[in-house]
Design a protein around this ligand. Sequence first.
Ligand SMILES: N[C@@H](CCC(=O)N[C@@H](CS)C(=O)NCC(=O)O)C(=O)O
Length: 144
Amino acid sequence: MADEVTLLNTRPSLFGIRVKIALAEKGIEYVHKEENLQDKSPLLLKMNPIHKKIPVLIHNGKPICESLVIFQYIDEVYDSGRRAVMTTDGKELIESLKLLEGELGEKPYFGGEKFGYLDLSFIPFYTLFNSFDTYGNVAAKKPR
Ligand SMILES: N[C@@H](CCC(=O)N[C@@H](CS)C(=O)NCC(=O)O)C(=O)O
């Protein structure tokens, strides 16, 4: 089943823009539903009954509220590792690894000498490398 993604939003919202950038970055197709915040739709009131605010992302019928939570959700659900596992040639994964390797260069950490947020956020994904090698047939193509 194809993913159904709807964004409840108002175009000038800075919080909504965050979500739109994240969706665009991941190349996710979605339906944009413009809300009138003076006269909120029954859908918005149903999907965000507590705060009644936009943006709300509706993914296959389930609401995700709060722009930063949506941002994190999009990153986790649509990360390239997941897509790489689901595609046969792992091309996207290889490109992502090359990009990261380029950023890391010879430094011990992405920020230089100090362990930082980006390093932390990638640690769980490093544990997947062995599986990619074993089941994804990407070892020969992996940079380094
Ligand atoms: N912390 C929320 C803030 C969202 C927010 O403040 N949205 C405003 C529009 S920019 C809203 O829906 N206001 C309607 C209201 O307060 O009734 C987020 O990051 O998503």
